[in-house]
Design a protein around this ligand. Structure first.
Ligand SMILES: [Ca+2]
Ligand SMILES: [Ca+2]
Length: 266
């Protein structure tokens, strides 16, 4: 049995050098398979995949292996071997259920018995389903999702906040920012819950025109004393330090910012 593992791992690594780049997709897809011998289906809620292969030699023991990787760089580790089918193939073929929790752009192979490994195809996993709404009508906020869908990059000369809601705007949470060398900020989208809607806004800019006006700053000051009601989104936009409250200090800073005498912090 030990020999088998070595053989599969060697062949799979050689195969990895020839893989083409995998691209982010909206929903899971299975590509590069032979339609005559391989059938691939995704269940209704996208939790598992059924792979049926009819090209195996009858009586052959089959082992399913999954290599994780992106951009064609597939890596085989002990964890790569996701499933071992102890049933021999019959003339009807053999089926596997794949639970893709940790699989990213996986290469799925099948092998064992007297036959060598067979590449069944490539499973491309979904990227987070994110809708980004940039709250800025002036076009000064630049916000882009990276090619693999995992990161939101925001660039602006004023401090911005990246907020998300999962309840249609009743409550908002802020994503943590990581500063890049070029002055832009990264936000990790893989931390988002499914179905999250993301809003990018300039901090303190309640109406989304890209500027903090004196009127907005005064409203934030009134809100900090309980004398004005901000929407949940505005409240989150006005919360400079992200502690869930708009303080009088933050409001006074926005007054200074509206005159160009203060730069709110990212
Ligand atoms: Ca404004
Ligand atoms: Ca605060």
């Amino acid at each position: 049995m030990r020999k088998f593992w070595k053989y599969f791992i060697l062949v799979t690594l050689l195969g990895a050098l020839m893989c083409t780049a995998a691209f982010a997709v909206d929903e899971p897809t299975f590509t590069g398979f032979d339609e005559e011998t391989t059938e691939f289906t995704l269940d209704g809620d996208g939790e598992k995949f059924e792979v049926t292969y009819t090209g195996a030699t009858s009586g052959q023991y089959l082992i399913l292996m999954v290599a994780e990787g992106t951009d064609g760089a597939y890596t085989i580790t002990d964890e790569s071997i996701m499933y071992v089918n102890q049933d021999a193939a019959t003339e009807d073929g053999v089926s596997f259920t794949v639970y893709p929790t940790k699989m990213v752009n996986a290469k799925i192979m099948l092998g064992g018995g007297t036959g060598g490994p067979v590449t069944l195809g490539y499973l491309e996993m979904p990227v987070p389903d994110v809708t980004v709404d940039v709250m800025d009508t002036t076009g000064t906020v630049s916000a882009e999702i990276s090619a693999d869908g995992s990161t939101l990059v925001v660039e602006n000369d004023q401090a911005c906040v990246v907020l998300y809601t999962t309840d249609g705007g009743e409550t908002y949470e802020a994503l943590e920012a990581t500063k890049n060398d070029d002055g832009s900020y990264n936000y990790d989208l893989t931390q988002l819950p499914a179905g999250a809607e993301v809003t990018v806004a300039v901090k303190g800019d309640l109406n989304g025109d890209g500027k903090i006006s004196a009127l907005e700053a005064r409203r934030i000051l009134l809100a900090s004393n309980g004398n004005y009601e901000l929407t949940a989104l505005q409240q989150a936009i006005a919360d400079e330090n992200g502690d869930g409250k708009v303080s009088a200090l933050e409001a006074r800073r926005y007054l200074l910012a509206s005159n160009g005498n203060y730069d709110p912090a990212w």
